[in-house]
Design a protein around this ligand. Structure first.
Ligand SMILES: C[C@](O)(C(=O)O)[C@H](CC(=O)O)C(=O)O
Length: 277
């Protein structure tokens, strides 16, 4: 289960709650870094910078969105090496053209299967760490139909992908994906997409090995923020909300204040041992 994160603060939260992996969502990163939709506006440098910051605050394996690899096979080569250097454990590469779309939206267009195969070969060849996981995503269901999506996934498997991500399947396609591909697969648990809300055990029973929860944390935070803003507007004060919020201590401890203090004490910083807030 890899909850989606957009920055190191969310990464700290996911790690605190005992998950085994996390996911840097491209849609969420675009929304928070640019205030713009997931159409492929963020550059490789911006995505890798964000991923590096996220990876730096926890030891959990980070799966990162690498969109369409930011260009052709040579861009993909560079992308793999940059993500690896950033401390990312896995990326997913998709077969859409630019401008791209969220996989659950209409209006997607694809590159040809041989073009995508070339990108996958470039990605696996560029890898320096044999444990770096390449997830090949196909957006073909909505564009070319289910059978063609499976054929593409088979081609991507033969090209060297480690995990297959058939984007936006419906409830009746889940079993066939795993039966036919017989390979590690990924389930993208979007919050209002085409894929059903299933429990972890149900998804596992279908044979999926990785579950992404891309934007659900961010959407939860948006809902909470909207409610708080409405209250302030209505009541003219934050008094009714404040008691339910994390305390200063909880907030600072979440971002590592205890570790900072321990190190400061070792360095002999005056007053470092104080634990009051
Ligand atoms: C997985 C995804 O690529 C993402 O950017 O998180 C999106 C998720 C979403 O928009 O809900 C996707 O294209 O499915």
């Amino acid at each position: 289960m890899a909850p989606g994160v957009v920055d190191p603060l969310y990464a700290r939260l996911v790690a605190k709650h005992g998950f085994e992996a996390m996911y840097m969502t491209g849609a969420g990163t675009s929304a928070t870094r640019l205030g713009m939709p997931d159409i492929g506006l963020l550059t490789l440098t911006e995505m890798v910078d964000n991923a590096a910051r996220i990876a730096s605050v926890s030891d959990l394996p980070l799966i990162a969105d690498a969109d369409n690899g930011f260009g052709g096979p040579f861009n993909v080569r560079r992308a793999v090496q940059e993500y690896e250097r950033a401390g990312v454990a896995a990326i997913h590469l998709e077969d859409q053209v630019l401008p791209k779309r969220c996989g659950h939206l209409a209006g997607k267009q694809l590159i040809s299967a041989p073009e995508m195969v070339a990108k996958i070969k470039a990605a696996t060849d560029a890898r320096r760490d044999a444990d770096f996981v390449l997830i090949a995503r196909t957006d073909a269901i909505a564009v070319e139909g289910f059978e063609r999506a499976l054929e593409r996934a088979e081609m991507y498997r033969e090209a060297g992908a480690d995990v297959l991500f058939v984007e936006a399947p419906g409830p009746h396609q889940l079993e066939a994906i795993n039966r036919r591909l017989n390979f590690p697969t990924l389930y993208n648990m979007a919050t209002s997409g085409k894929t059903p809300f299933l429990k972890r055990e149900e998804i596992e029973a279908y044979g999926f090995k990785i579950i992404l929860y891309p934007n659900w944390l961010l959407l939860s935070a948006i809902k909470a923020a909207e409610g708080a803003l409405e209250t302030l507007k209505r009541e003219g004060t934050i008094a009714s909300i404040a008691p339910d919020l994390p305390s200063f201590q909880e907030f600072f401890d979440l971002v590592g204040m205890q570790e900072v203090r321990a190190l400061e004490a070792r360095y002999g910083v005056p007053d470092a041992a104080r634990t009051d807030y």
